[in-house]
Design a protein around this ligand. Sequence first.
Ligand SMILES: *[C@@H]1O[C@H](CO)[C@@H](O)[C@H](O)[C@H]1NC(C)=O
Length: 216
Amino acid sequence: MAKQLAHFSLLALAFCCLASACEPKPLQDFCVADPGSSVYVNGMVCKNPMDVQANDFYFSGLQLMANTSNPWGSRVTPVTVAQLPGLNTLGLSMIRIDYAPWGINPPHTHPRATEIITVIEGSIEVGFVTSDPGNRLITKVLYKGDVYVFPIGLVHFQRNVGNNNAVVIGALSSQNPGAITMGNAVFGSNPQISGEFLAKSFQVDKQLVDQIKAKF
Ligand SMILES: *[C@@H]1O[C@H](CO)[C@@H](O)[C@H](O)[C@H]1NC(C)=O
């Protein structure tokens, strides 16, 4: 009997973890983020519902082209809980990505979200890499109206493969998806990861590591 109970508890626990693999279902109509709060919770503290206004659920500006004059030639305009407080606890967000001709969005991962995108303008090459073992590259060229999905946690990237600007609109399955950009995280951390360590990790000379670090 005790054994059965233990099995049942394990099963219940497993189910509970499965059910909360994405952001939990809200327990109220909304929980508009109160950015002024100094209380730390998993998410953001709710504003008093009586003080909530339409503008708390509103963001304007995704029609605007972002400035892509940077070494990568791309720019992400995020609409997460930081820009749209009404997204708090709802488990989704949006982005616009602008690409200069042949601009790239370098390899990165979102620790908390799957991402789905659609091409509004131009043509882009997209790809993601499966986890170890295997590290298989799954890649495709997308045109206007095409949709592609990057599964949660996987390293992915995009490149404008045209001579005109490209624009993508996307949605992510988290109010706060986060982004870990490979180059920045490894070569641009603060404080830095030791050059000797990186040289051995990537099997190159420390000089080359220092050269890459200088770019971040
Ligand atoms: C775009 O960004 C670059 C680099 O930061 C800056 O020099 C330039 O003035 C910006 N252009 C516009 C139109 O804001």
